[in-house]
Design a protein around this ligand. Structure first.
Ligand code: AHG
Ligand code: MN
Ligand code: MN
Ligand code: MN
Length: 336
């Protein structure tokens, strides 16, 4: 009989992915094994983040990365953990990390068919003050069974087979899509398992929140300036939107996914391509937004249609509720 007090049908992330994989009879569980190693990395980072203040993980590692950013100790530590976990899974052949200048080609004896692009620690500027940070990843299949080449990780976002993020906040939340919707899982520390807490996430069609770093307003272009103006001084009698900006993409996107609204990192006069990186920030979040019924736009085209030329390429990004992004697209179209 069914227990009245306990959920005995525990839907873990592993069980969920096995269910998804059962749709592909020819699959040999490779994806499940890959994902279990990504999950291991996230559990490690979650634990390291939670005791960062105690374990002297605060502060700078004294190096700068290819982005020209001062690396934090946790950036470096998280990157090492993910690279080792992904290589040891035996299911990857190319890795691209924000923290490594060149793509990593896995040694032949440990190669699998997946290419993983990832931001091991997103929102690093927020580590020292305890504000939510995260890990973002996207997964491609190698284009053809041959020798892995750089083009295998320069595919457009629409060819991603899966994407997700883990947010290290008040709880540790893992959000994943394998191409048929978006599901959220929360880490139960007593089990060490991610349990499904947000089945089939759909973003509200329209939202009341806009999320952008207004400090860059001086350099914005016309359409972005006009859109933000409309958020603050609506001309259709509706009430102004609220501004929420955390400064960690994972946290700002997670709130947008659950509450609705828009997240913008526009290009501007100083940085025409904005700040966020196409492969391991723009593509995974755009993939999730579309899977949740939202949109992701670059100011020129659908974000997932971009074809990156370089692994650390940046792009402006406008993502969120379907109707809100339509308004932004109309403003850019009028500018053409
Ligand atoms: P990362 O810490 O991985 O380098 O990413 C930081 C990004 C992203 O998390 C966030 O949305 C954005 O930087 C904030 O940039 P600004 O401080 O310029 O607003
Ligand atoms: Mn960084
Ligand atoms: Mn980032
Ligand atoms: Mn990062």
């Amino acid at each position: 009989h069914e227990s009245a007090t306990h959920n005995t049908d525990i839907m873990t992330i592993t069980r969920h992915v096995l269910n998804e994989q059962s749709k592909y009879p020819e699959s040999r569980g490779d994806f499940s094994i890959l994902l279990s190693h990504i999950v291991l990395g996230c559990k490690f980072v979650c634990s390291a983040v939670n005791k960062a203040g105690l374990a002297k993980l605060i502060g700078l590692a004294g190096e700068t990365n290819v982005q020209g950013e001062e690396q934090k100790k946790l950036d470096v530590l998280s990157n090492e953990v993910f690279v080792k976990a992904l290589v040891s899974s035996g299911r990857t052949c190319i890795l691209v990390s924000e923290e490594d200048e060149e793509a990593i080609f896995v040694e032949p004896s440990k190669r699998g068919k997946y290419c993983v692009v990832f931001d091991p620690l997103d929102g690093s500027s927020n580590i020292d003050c305890g504000v939510s940070i995260g890990t973002i990843f996207g997964i491609y299949m190698i284009k053809d069974g041959g020798e892995p080449v750089l083009e295998d990780v320069l595919q457009s976002g629409k060819h991603m087979v899966a994407a997700g993020y883990c947010m290290y906040g008040s709880s540790c939340t893992f959000v994943l899509s394998t191409g048929s919707g978006v599901n959220g899982f929360t880490l139960d520390p007593s089990l060490g398992e991610f349990i499904m807490t947000h089945p089939d996430i759909k973003i509200p069609k329209k939202g009341k929140i806009y999320s952008v770093n207004e400090g860059n307003a001086k350099n914005w272009d016309g359409p972005t300036t006009k859109y933000v103006e409309k958020c603050k001084f609506p001309t259709d009698g509706s009430s102004p939107k609220s501004l929420r900006y955390i400064g960690s993409m994972v946290a700002d996107v997670h709130r947008t996914l659950l509450y609705g609204g828009v997240f913008l990192y526009p290009g501007d006069k100083k940085s025409p391509n904005g700040k966020l990186r196409v492969l391991y920030e723009v593509f995974p979040m755009s993939f999730l937004m579309e899977q949740a019924g939202g949109q992701a736009f670059t100011g020129k085209e659908r974000a997932l249609d971009l074809v990156p030329k370089k692994i650390h390429e940046r792009s402006p990004i406008f993502l969120g509720s379907y109707d809100d992004i339509e308004e932004i697209k109309a403003l850019y179209a009028a500018e053409q």
